[in-house]
Design a protein. Structure first.
Length: 164
């Protein structure tokens, strides 16, 4: 079913509105009908403008993570912390193996060592003042992976000495 559309010029519509007021025995309209129509169009324009601007702000808010991706905590970097890890010294006891590094601080959470059976051993101790890590050692061969806070890795191989 097609909806009927009506069209009428402003003067005829204004006269018709005055007749409606006269039949209802109310005071006649003091604002001309063309001004009522103009005000209605202005209100419609401002409403549409508000909807468009609100939609645009909403879309920009949703797209913000694309332009500013989530990053890790920002921190200032001094020259000493950006140097790569180098082994300064190491020491072995009966049950531990300690390594002192020079350069960036060690990332204790991501550093580990792996034996031949793929068993992972985590760091037992860490001294941040001297940048020393201590691993438990039980006379087996290990691949040691030590990461610094910049994400760089140093790979070391620890092998027991063969007795002659």
């Amino acid at each position: 079913m097609k909806k009927k559309t009506y069209s009428m010029d402003i003067n005829t519509a204004g006269k018709m509105l005055e007749k409606v007021f006269a039949k209802a025995e109310t005071s006649p309209n003091t604002v001309p009908f063309d001004k009522i129509v103009l005000r209605s169009k202005q209100n419609l324009f401002s409403d549409n403008l508000f909807i468009v601007l609100s939609s645009l702000i909403f879309v920009i808010t949703l797209l913000m993570p694309v332009f500013f991706p989530h990053s890790k905590v920002l921190m200032s970097v001094d020259a000493a912390s950006s140097r790569p890890l180098t082994v300064k010294e190491h020491h072995m006891t009966e049950s531990t193996f300690s390594i002192t590094f020079d350069g960036s601080p060690v990332d204790v959470v991501n550093s580990y060592m792996v034996d031949d059976d793929d068993e992972t051993v985590s760091i037992a101790e860490y001294d941040s003042a001297t940048n020393t890590v201590v691993f438990p050692y039980d006379k087996k061969e290990y691949n040691i992976y030590v990461y610094d806070t910049n994400g760089k890795c140093i790979h070391l191989l620890l092998s027991p000495r063969k007795r002659r």
